[in-house]
Design a protein around this ligand. Structure first.
Ligand code: NDP
Ligand code: TDO
Length: 287
């Protein structure tokens, strides 16, 4: 039995992992969030790893408030870079596989064809920069680190675009949503399945499979298209207007295009990726 530490376990990805953990009997899971293990506390991280026998760590903790990060740079870097360094060092010292989650916001969005893992990064926001520093640091500490970049994460858990839109649509007659930012949503439960199947292969293969991988659901759409689908598939009625980003100003700049090329993760781990609309339907059944 291999013990897997899940940090930030009360967040939406952490809760998605808890939902499917029973399908992976070869693993026993240690779920921690801020109160059990504050990953910004280096000493606490080292003590935790010394007291428990940990074979792998999936870091689901992060500073994810994209706009707020613009005015809380220090906090964002503390969690998305420094804490990642503490976990990566502890994993290295205890021979544990480290899986770090990152984001499409590491790209500037100037491309118009899907981003591969080899494409140059150029984050446009504090959140994106802090996540980029975290992934580079973890890989620098150990090339066995697996960094999985994902995008537009949503689920029945926590706070996300799907839940926020449904609330807004019930409160308001009309909404403006940007149509000049294109990407692909990711259902957190699909990502959780991918993380555990990746780990199942990687845990017994030290020295291989490390590196960056892209994962989202299949398809390409704008936030506007996503909002329309959320409305129609939820049976709600709200007038949704497509607007350009300058008509919906935000503190943080988002990439205009952040679609992933997912060939690497599909081929390396034999993963089949669900179409975004099918996964949205699954999520909406749980809401
Ligand atoms: N959400 C999204 O749209 C996307 C997310 N990602 C990445 O996916 C990963 C998971 O994201 P998601 O599940 O949405 O994140 P959430 O914000 O839902 O969850 C993060 C969790 O980490 C906890 N946490 C905060 N500070 C600490 C700390 N010092 N020590 C331990 N835990 C802490 C949070 O607790 P509390 O709530 O109390 O602060 C929360 O439970 C992250 O790496 C994120 O960057 C990538 C692309 C898209
Ligand atoms: C609520 C709302 C948002 N928007 C715009 C703002 C923004 O450009 C886009 C997305 O909105 P949000 O701010 O909810 O999403 P945002 O926080 O940018 O989501 C991101 O979170 C981080 C953690 C990631 O890693 C990314 O992959 C991505 O999922 O939609 C509207 O146009 N109208 C609206 O009513």
């Amino acid at each position: 039995m291999k013990t897997v530490l899940i940090t930030g376990a009360n967040g939406q990805l952490g809760q998605a992992l808890k939902q499917i953990a029973g399908d992976y009997p070869a693993f026993s899971f240690l779920y921690t969030d801020y109160t059990e293990l504050d990953i910004t506390n280096e000493e606490a991280v080292n003590t935790f790893f010394s007291e428990q026998e940990i074979h792998a760590c999936i870091n689901c903790a992060a500073y994810t408030a994209v706009d707020k990060a613009e005015s809380e740079e220090e906090l964002a870097f503390k969690l998305n870079f420094e804490a990642v360094m503490h976990l990566a060092n502890a994993c290295q010292a205890h021979n544990a596989r480290f899986i770090q989650i990152s984001t499409d916001y590491v790209f500037d969005g100037k491309k118009n064809t899907p981003y591969t893992e080899e494409d140059d990064t150029d984050a446009q926001s504090i959140y994106g920069s802090s996540k980029l520093r975290g992934e580079a640091t973890a890989l620098g500490i150990n090339t066995d680190t697996i960094v999985i970049r994902t995008a537009w994460l949503y689920s029945q858990y926590g706070i996300n675009f799907v839940k926020r839109m449904r609330e807004l649509m019930q409160e308001k007659d009309s909404l403006n949503v940007v149509f000049d930012q294109a990407g692909t949503p990711t259902y957190a439960v699909d990502l959780a399945q991918v993380l555990l199947s990746v780990l199942s292969k990687a845990i017994d293969a030290p020295g291989t499979l490390g590196g960056v991988y892209h994962y989202s659901n299949e398809g390409v759409l704008s936030w506007y298209d996503f909002a329309i689908a959320i409305r129609d598939m939820s049976g709600l009625s709200c007038n949704i207007q497509p607007v350009t980003s300058d008509k919906y100003p935000t503190p943080a700049k988002r990439p205009a295009y952040s679609v992933f090329n997912k060939q690497k993760i599909k081929e390396t781990f034999g993963i089949e990726v669900p179409y975004w609309k099918e996964s949205l339907a699954v999520c909406l059944k749980h809401l």
